[in-house]
Ligand binder design. Structure first.
Ligand SMILES: O=C(O)CCCC[C@@H]1SC[C@@H]2NC(=O)N[C@@H]21
Length: 966
């Protein structure tokens, strides 16, 4: 290993860190006299001056924390200058940005306790305690306290050490606290606290701070914003993935004799490479503890979590050394594996896995080749409007189910329980609204892109503004979509992170550029079937491996993961029944009603009815898939309920939970991991290809063509291809920046849909639902809602809400080589949700608004500002025309339920739409011809030729939603 180590004798940047703790008498754990900790390697954590202790309070003092229970109450605490304080001369310190917490004197007795996002916590009656963790050698020592207060080092006696003599703090961080309170937390999140409740986090060395801050402080919308804000800088700055490669190379230095006598990987290195995730992938990589394979859980562990029998799982297979692979295979395979090994670092894939994976790649590429004859931009973007039900159905489904949903949803359920399934209920609101309200308006106006409608309805300025906003949204979305499978691949196959990103990007750029949307939709169909079948099969097998459905649900119940309904109406609760249902509906509408990638699919249908049926058909399938995702999350929990893999260092991001489980369960079974990787890869390919195609369509149709109206169809077809290549490869480039996003990919992306997609939905809604809104109102609505959602997310970035996940298990994590060395008691960790309401010292501020409510917020703001500005500028005086379609007046006239949209055929004249080119293409202006004039003119128009696939049938001008009461 060439990872940074702490040097002997110093505690500080190099990573050693020493926690300390003090008690009433002021002791603390490191001081001049000396605590010190060292392990075999002689490292020791403090120096004479006593260590070090970081601390992080701000001027006002402390910090505040909090915690919350199921009801959403959260207990905060906080101290001010007078109270604070956890540091004294010798000492330590406390909280950090991640929000931890600390209590002051007044809080002690009341028993506060602390939970943080990462979760673990422990406490004993007397209080001292210190967890501690691993050192360089990978040993880890937990420690624990008993009533009399064991513990970990200092004069007063605290101290903790393990067999190897390591002491309580090291890079991975520990923490400790006593009655008076210090406490500390590290990257892995362990923290401890005692009855009196004090706790304070303390911080680790630089790298830990980075990681912790990113993981906790920049979660969700904050992570996204961070990316947005840092983008220009990151583009210029040192790129972390370069460092990653270097780090990995260093660790996979097969020829380095220092690694092992035979040149093979050392055991801890192999573990880190295979399961530790992309080293250096996050800027703040901290050497993961090299845990030995887990042994069967001890009976006591099973008993602690509900008297369930121990599993007796096979030990974690280590990544084989290259040499062992080579000798065990045939010559050809050996050569192949050897070359793959040199690229990939470590091979845990069987040849069967490669075969399955190669087949998936081949299928996608050949569909692209089969459809290479697309000529015009309409072929490329709308499939000549000839698409049929099956490809459209699966493509609508596939376009926004990527590795993000698969990895993110499973991680979400593992962390916070199964309540996320309520999001599925929102499908039954959002999809009918899409099918009956939004889709028909766009379809009937035969627009080329979704934003084209905005020009027809409002103005070219609104179209351009919305197009730019859409491009920003999709660029960032695509980058995360590319990033998600890369972390999986790195974990499962050892395939290097940059290589995976490039491979995914290049493959889908290839077939998208070649075959346009037809290729994209047909590959979507194939890929979605692969995803569905592979994932569901995998979940069922994994469930059996873990002990069956009953066991999974029992474990989930014991771990408080069967929390279906949380009716807390507080809008700042991240996930509740209401945020998931109504916020989820808004979020789904941004995807399915106002996103070019989806609208393009509706527009490519041969008839409106095909589009509608496709939306309804994919609804139960998408819901079913969500159920499987949630079940997979519970299976992960059942497997890891006794030892959270992030806390143990097996993974570095929660998104790696599912891949880690697959490796644990199936790496010895040829074919299964191949199936899983193909599933993740297919899900990502289908989404990225849809994204690339929709981005090129918007750039070409909405941003280039208005300036180049004379572009021939053939030239436009080539431009579409070139754009697909350029945009596809740029997405790969931006994808590398996503490596800096530490929150779960799902929350980042759903936040993005709210922050950026919400305002887009709002402007479409103004056009379709608000007849009085004019172009000024629309532009104002778009920009003001965007400013609002951005403002909320920036505020949440600066002052993040507290974490709300459930307790993670640690009692099964052990250090050492035998199962008897379990030292953390489950009891200490099971009390996470107990909080005292009286300790809630802080009202939840409005900017902690659930990220799922960003879309409803955008709608509200856009409606209010859009209408106000429209009123000030004379409302919308334009009559409905082809170029300026009528909004749905009846929606407001008739307050009955919207059942379905229909054309108000009596009111509007009919004429062949295809023959009336949007005047805006030539003039850039909105025509204001009256309906009467158009009706007169239309009689002179010829009917379109039957052979022209693009030419529509006679259709009425404009669209009016017809409200029918049930
Ligand atoms: O997977 C992604 O790329 C992004 C997340 C998109 C979430 C939507 S919500 C409806 C549908 N169901 C899912 O499970 N994911 C998508």
């Amino acid at each position: 290993g060439k990872q940074p180590h702490s040097e002997p004798g110093c505690a500080n940047e190099t990573g050693v860190e020493s926690v300390e703790s003090q008690n009433e008498t002021g002791v603390e754990s490191q001081n001049e006299t000396g605590v010190e900790s060292q392990n075999e390697t002689g490292v020791e954590s403090q120096n004479e001056t006593g260590v070090e202790s970081v601390e992080s309070q701000n001027e006002t003092g402390v910090e505040s924390v909090e915690s919350q229970n199921e009801t959403g109450v959260k207990s905060v605490e906080s101290q001010n200058e007078t109270e604070v304080e956890s540091q004294n001369e010798t000492g330590v310190e406390s909280q950090n940005e991640t929000g931890v917490e600390s209590q002051n004197e007044t809080g002690n007795e009341t028993g506060v306790e602390s939970k943080n996002k990462t979760g673990v916590e422990s406490q004993n009656e007397t209080g001292v305690e210190s967890v501690e963790s691993q050192n360089e050698t990978g040993v880890e020592s937990v420690e624990s306290q008993n009533e009399t207060g064991v513990e970990s080092q200092n004069e007063t006696g605290v101290e903790s050490q393990n067999e190897t003599g390591v002491e309580s703090q090291n890079e991975t961080g520990v923490e400790s606290q006593n009655e008076t309170g210090v406490e500390s937390k590290n990257k892995t999140g362990v923290e401890s606290q005692n009855e009196t409740g004090v706790k304070s986090v303390e911080s680790q060395n630089e790298t830990e701070q980075n990681l912790g801050r990113r993981r906790e402080g920049f979660a969700g919308p904050r992570g996204l914003l961070l990316l947005l804000l840092l983008l220009p800088l990151l583009a210029l700055a040192d790129r972390p993935w370069v460092q990653t490669a270097v780090d990995m190379d260093n660790n996979i230095d097969y020829d380095d004799d220092s690694d092992s006598a035979d040149g093979s990987l050392r055991r801890d290195e192999a573990t880190a490479v295979s399961f530790g995730g992309p080293r250096g992938l996050v800027v703040a990589w901290v050497e993961p503890p090299a845990l030995p394979p887990r042994l069967p859980k001890p009976a006591s562990t099973a008993a602690a979590i509900g008297k369930l029998p121990a599993l007796g799982l096979p030990p974690l297979p280590l990544a084989p050394s290259p040499s062992s692979n080579v000798t065990s295979e045939s010559t050809f395979t050996s050569m192949l594996l050897f070359s793959l090994t040199s690229i990939m670092g470590t091979v845990v894939f069987h040849w069967l896995d490669y075969l399955i994976f190669a087949l998936v790649l081949l299928i996608s590429a050949s569909i692209g080749i089969a459809y290479h004859r697309q000529r015009s931009s309409k072929d490329m973007f709308l499939g000549s409007r000839q698409m049929t039900l099956m490809p459209v159905t699966f493509s609508v489904m596939a376009s926004f189910i990527s590795a993000i949903s698969i990895l993110g949803t499973t991680a979400e359920v593992y962390q916070s329980g199964v309540q996320y399934i309520i999001l599925g209920f929102s499908y039954f609101l959002a999809f009918p609204i899409t099918a009956e309200v939004y889709m028909p308006v766009l379809y009937r106006n035969r627009v080329l892109t979704a934003q084209h409608y905005l020009e027809l309805r409002f103005s070219s300025a609104v179209r351009t503004a919305a197009s730019i906003v859409f491009c920003i949204q999709m660029f960032f979305y695509q980058s995360v979509v590319l990033y998600a499978p890369a972390i999986t691949f790195q974990q499962v196959t050892g395939l290097s992170f940059p290589l995976t990103m490039v491979l995914t990007g290049v493959v889908c750029t290839f077939y998208t550029a070649l075959g346009g949307i037809k290729a994209v939709m047909w590959t979507d169909l194939v890929q979605m079937i692969i995803v569905f079948v592979a994932f569901c099969t995998l979940v069922v097998i994994a469930t059996m491996e873990v002990g069956g459905f009953q066991r999974v649900f029992e474990m989930a119940a014991a771990g408080d993961r069967l929390n279906f309904f949380n009716f807390n109406p507080d809008p700042t609760v991240r996930h509740s029944f209401w945020t998931l249902l109504f916020g989820g509906t808004g979020m789904c509408l941004t995807i399915y009603s106002a996103n070019q990638a989806q609208l393009q699919r509706y527009l490519s249908c041969s008839t409106e009815s095909v589009a509608r049926r496709a939306i309804y058909l994919q609804m139960p399938l998408t819901f079913l898939f969500l159920c499987f995702l949630c079940l997979a999350g519970l299976v992960i929990y059942a497997f890891y309920s006794d030892c959270d893999p992030l806390l143990s260092g097996d993974i570095v991001k929660r998104d790696q939970l599912l891949p880690a489980l697959v490796v644990r369960l199936f790496s010895a079974r040829p074919g299964v991991t191949g199936l899983f990787v193909s599933c993740i890869f297919s899900a990502s390919l289908s989404t990225v290809s849809s994204g690339i195609n929709s981005l090129s369509s918007v750039v070409l149709e909405d941003l280039i063509k208005p300036w180049q109206p004379n572009l021939t169809e053939r030239a436009a077809g080539w431009a579409a291809r070139v754009l697909a290549v350029v945009l596809g490869l740029s997405t790969v480039g931006i994808g590398f920046l996503a490596t800096n996003l530490p929150a779960t990919v799902l929350q980042i992306v759903l936040s993005l849909f709210g922050i950026v997609g919400g305002p887009l939905l709002a402007v479409f809604s103004l056009g379709i639902l608000v007849p009085w809104c004019n172009r000024y109102g629309a532009l104002t609505g778009l920009l003001s809602s965007l400013a609002t959602t951005l403002g909320f997310s920036i505020a949440a970035l600066i002052d993040p809400p507290p974490p709300d996940h459930r307790v993670f298990g640690t009692e099964g994590c052990y250090n050492g080589t035998d199962a008897s060395n379990y030292t953390i008691s489950t009891e200490n960790y099971s009390n996470w949700t107990v909080t005292t309401a009286s300790l809630v010292a802080r009202q939840r501020p409005v900017h902690w608004l659930s990220y799922l409510y960003y879309t409803p917020l955008a709608l509200l703001v856009a409606m209010a500002t859009g209408l106000a500005v429209s009123a000030l500028t004379g409302f919308n005086r334009a009559k409905p025309t082809r170029a300026a379609p009528a909004p749905n007046r009846k929606l407001w006239v008739n307050s009955s339920m919207v059942i379905r949209s229909c054309l108000s055929q009596k009111e509007l004249p009919r004429r062949p739409i295809a023959q009336t080119a949007p005047p805006t293409a030539a003039t850039g202006r909105i025509p204001t011809r009256s309906v009467t004039t158009l009706a007169r003119n239309e009689k002179k128009n010829k009917q379109p030729k039957a052979a022209d696939p693009i030419a529509p049938r006679d259709e009425p001008i404009g669209v009016v939603i017809c409200l029918k009461a049930t």
